[in-house]
Design a protein around this ligand. Structure first.
Ligand SMILES: NC(=O)c1ccc[n+]([C@@H]2O[C@H](COP(=O)([O-])OP(=O)(O)OC[C@H]3O[C@@H](n4cnc5c(N)ncnc54)[C@H](OP(=O)(O)O)[C@@H]3O)[C@@H](O)[C@H]2O)c1
Length: 243
């Protein structure tokens, strides 16, 4: 049990990678606050699986919503030991197809949302707390047809450094976990089969990643074992884009 007694908030944990991280943290002994934006029933199911009484609405684009969510966790458990900023959206299109609305939607959620959550978590994070920001391979290399998403995710890496500097004196670590192409709803929705065929040859291990391969890294970064790891990006991508 690597996270026994830890109070963890995973944003966007009603589905996908966030739900997988929430379940994995619960298996490691953590108390997990599950959050949803629109998928309430799915969130409640994840919370049940996690044995958690906390399934909270959260819109990372709204400071008021974040404040209320974190206050509810702190009211019950006094603190937030681990914050995982996972909530995210992607709107794909070629560079000349991205509208203002598409840009704002992605950057407001994936970059400003992370900033707001980090800022609002500050009063609740104890010394030696952990912040894990979910980045993306796109943010490291500028993924195909994802200009707003790639820009937001690269911003998340910079934000990770800035916050890590700010809280280092309290022993709080802040890292970015950057998944590659993970077999998930987001991938199948946004990636037509022909693109998948184009991408697989660019991955050294020759396959998409699995949720459990991301959750292992998320457990590590939240665990005591990562106490001397901060301001880093941990890429879990099967050796993508290096060919
Ligand atoms: N899947 C991949 O291959 C991949 C690769 C690299 C990085 N990532 C990153 O991993 C994270 C999770 O991706 P995923 O594939 O699991 O996505 P997903 O299945 O589409 O799930 C997205 C989650 O984010 C929540 N969400 C969306 N907008 C939100 C908002 N404004 N406020 C709060 N929650 C919001 C959704 O909540 P509701 O459903 O309740 O609305 C949902 O729980 C994202 O940051 C993504 O960029 C994914």
């Amino acid at each position: 049990m690597r996270l026994k007694g830890k109070v963890c908030v995973v944003t966007g944990s009603s589905r996908g990678i966030g739900a997988a991280i929430a379940r994995a943290y619960a298996r490691e002994g953590a108390t997990v606050a599950v959050t949803y934006k629109s998928s309430k029933e799915a969130g409640e199911e994840v919370a049940r699986e996690c044995g958690s009484e906390l399934c909270l609405p959260l819109d990372v684009c709204s400071r008021e919503s974040i404040r209320a969510c974190f206050a509810a966790v702190a009211e019950r458990h006094d603190r937030i030991d681990v914050l995982v900023n996972n909530a995210g959206v992607n709107r794909t299109g070629d560079f000349d197809e991205i509208t203002d609305e598409m840009w704002d939607d992605v950057v407001d959620t994936d970059l400003k949302g992370v900033f707001l959550c980090c800022q609002e978590a500050l009063p609740h994070l104890p010394d030696n707390g952990r912040v894990i920001n979910i980045g993306s391979l796109s943010g490291e290399y500028g993924g195909p047809r994802t200009p707003s998403y790639a820009a937001a995710k690269m911003g998340v890496m910079a934000l990770t450094h800035c916050m890590a500097r700010f809280v280092a004196h309290r022993g709080i670590t802040v890292n970015c976990l950057s998944p590659g192409v993970i077999d998930s709803d987001l991938t199948t929705q946004s990636m037509p089969p022909f693109l998948k065929e184009k991408i697989l040859p660019l991955i050294l291990l020759g396959r998409l990643g699995r949720y459990d391969e991301v959750t292992e890294a998320a457990i590590f970064l939240a665990s005591e074992g990562a106490s001397y790891v901060t301001a880093q990006t941990l890429s879990v991508n099967g050796g993508a884009w290096v060919r």
